[in-house]
Design a protein around this ligand. Structure first.
Ligand code: AHM
Ligand code: MG
Length: 334
């Protein structure tokens, strides 16, 4: 049986669909290679001395895990020299990272969350790496890229994806021609195409939300979840199941494959944080994949990819997944 690798897939995309400029193809190959290296570190766990806290805080005031720092380094190193990028931004770095002058610069901007769900890492549950690709503004060529150049709405993304480090290591990717899943073949060291044009299965009554935040949610979200919880005895007249892994990558992966809805909604705890998840390198890339798979992604009522970002680390409420279910929830806001 012929198995299609990521490299072959990308070459074909470049040829047939003309969707993929060669710099973008290189970028994706390099990110995928970095994800392979990250997966090796994640897998080693205690044996590699990679578990536990690094002993510092990131820009969000969150304790950094050793793996947050290792994965961030891997992505920076891998992407500096290829000539495909103008700059990078990461959950783990306060400001943008320019490509050092000793390397040629390219036209793309790469944003990432090196290890998403990192509280799961020490207890051997799934984590992932999320990335988003933008084009540097046309007027940025010949000058230094600034943080402002990154502040583009999600609909300007030209590619997005994630790697999930679970029982299998998978890479889920879109360059705007549907969503494709690759599984890491550890013996061969290559990403093998295992699912083409993923579509979110409709009608799965399964929601993912951290219920312990219920008292902080907006009223419409509270009513929606209460109606789901009421199951066949309530207005929805059907039973719902609940799953929450604490790792957005794992929850979104399940929803892409099995259906359902994911929520980390706006909450009223802290006016400076209108949600937990970050727009630029968590919500936007996931919204891109969800939409490419036929789903829908909103903050409360607005399409996530239409939001105009104000800051690199801005937070946003997130509701995404099965289109029908997201629309159902939207009715509670009217
Ligand atoms: P992180 O990027 O610092 O790991 O935080 C993001 C994670 C998501 O993966 C997940 O959906 C959420 O935080 C879980 O938050 P909570 O611990 O509040 O349930
Ligand atoms: Mg994260």
């Amino acid at each position: 049986m012929h198995r299609k690798t990521l490299t072959q897939f990308l070459v074909e995309q470049q040829r047939r669909e003309a969707a993929l400029p060669s710099q973008l193809r290189l970028l994706i190959e390099i990110v995928a290679r970095a994800c392979k290296a990250i997966s090796i570190s994640v897998n080693k766990g205690s044996l590699g001395g990679v578990l536990g806290d690094f002993g510092s805080e990131n820009v969000q005031g969150e304790a950094q895990k050793k793996l947050d720092v290792i994965a961030n380094e891997r992505l920076l190193e891998a992407n500096e020299w290829g000539g495909h990028l103008a700059a990078m931004a990461s959950e783990e770095m306060e400001t943008i990272h320019l490509i050092p002058n000793r390397y040629p610069k390219g036209e793309y901007l790469l944003l990432f969350d090196p290890i998403d769900g990192s509280s799961n890492v020490d207890v051997n549950l799934s984590v992932g790496t999320i990335f988003s690709v933008l084009r540097a503004p046309a007027d940025a060529s010949g000058r230094e890229v600034t943080e402002q150049d990154f502040l583009q709405s999600g609909r300007h993304q030209v590619a997005a994806g994630y790697a999930v480090f679970g029982p299998q290591t998978s890479l889920v990717l879109s360059v705007g021609t549907g969503v494709y899943e690759f599984t890491l073949d550890r013996e061969m060291g290559s990403w093998v195409l295992t699912q083409e044009r993923l579509r979110i299965p409709a009608g799965n009554r399964e929601f993912a939300i951290n219920m312990s935040n219920e008292r902080h949610w907006a009223e419409p979200v509270r009513r929606y979840i209460a109606d789901c919880m009421a199951g066949s005895d309530g207005p929805r007249k059907t039973n719902f199941n609940m799953r929450w892994t604490g790792s957005m990558v794992a929850d979104i992966h399940r929803i892409l494959k099995r259906g359902g809805i994911f929520l980390y909604p706006w909450d009223g705890r802290d006016p400076a944080k209108p949600g937990k998840l970050r727009l630029m390198y968590e919500a936007n890339p996931m919204a891109y994949l969800i939409e490419q798979a036929g789903g829908k992604a909103v903050d409360n009522t607005k399409r996530i990819m239409d939001l105009e970002p104000q800051g690199l680390h801005q937070r946003v409420g997130v509701i995404m997944g099965d289109r029908g279910e997201v629309e159902q929830l939207s009715r509670y806001f009217r």
